[in-house]
Design a protein around this ligand. Sequence first.
Ligand code: PEP
Length: 250
Amino acid sequence: MRRPLVAGNWKMNGSRAAIKALLDGIGQGIGSVTRAEVVVCAPYIYLPDVAAQLAGSPIAWGAQNLSTEASGAFTGEIAASMLLDFQCRYVIVGHSERRALYGESDAVVAKKFAVARAAGLVPILCVGETLDERERGVTEQVVARQLQAVIDLEGVAALADGVIAYEPVWAIGTGKTASPEQAQEVHAFIRRSLAAADAAVADKVQILYGGSMNAANAESLLAQADIDGGLIGGASLKAEDFLTICRAAN
Ligand code: PEP
């Protein structure tokens, strides 16, 4: 039985004070989240604060990106070992914003997955099609290609050490959520494809949905057989909304 997981992706939002208040709010209601594992992915610079505030709580934390490299002359980059210094457990890799705005290729994302995994972090691997790709009917090919890059580098078993987040690009930050049926269709495709290579991996790996999931639509999305949780952007910035989503995963 896969444990549900709800991860907040704060992106480049917040301030020290706002993040403290947000975590206070989530902390006050976390007792009502009985089943889901809850994770917050903070901007790098706030990770020391987040680690100090969440130490000993049931809420895990992580980063939104990491370097492909271990150390050295890579100005502005952050290594996996640095995330471990602040007790990160998770790291998002291949978010569509990083793919689109910072040119991260499938190969770079696969390397980030590998580096995170080797360090003992749990990579949350984002995959998903653009609106144009959906309209051209190539959603499955796109998602399969993105997953294949990791499988080629690390082998299919490696995916069981991570989490997959299906995030249709057209649904991210747009308020346009995939219907539960649309999302389930792609999640089932992902699980079926993995099962063809390794049934145990397919059974174990958590597949999250991300893309305008909110307090109102979380329950119907999370009720789908192959949706094991959510990767939440905008709605993770409001404690009550985020907690409502976490409770829906109960
Ligand atoms: C995301 O950034 O991963 C995301 C799903 O954002 P939003 O919930 O705001 O669409």
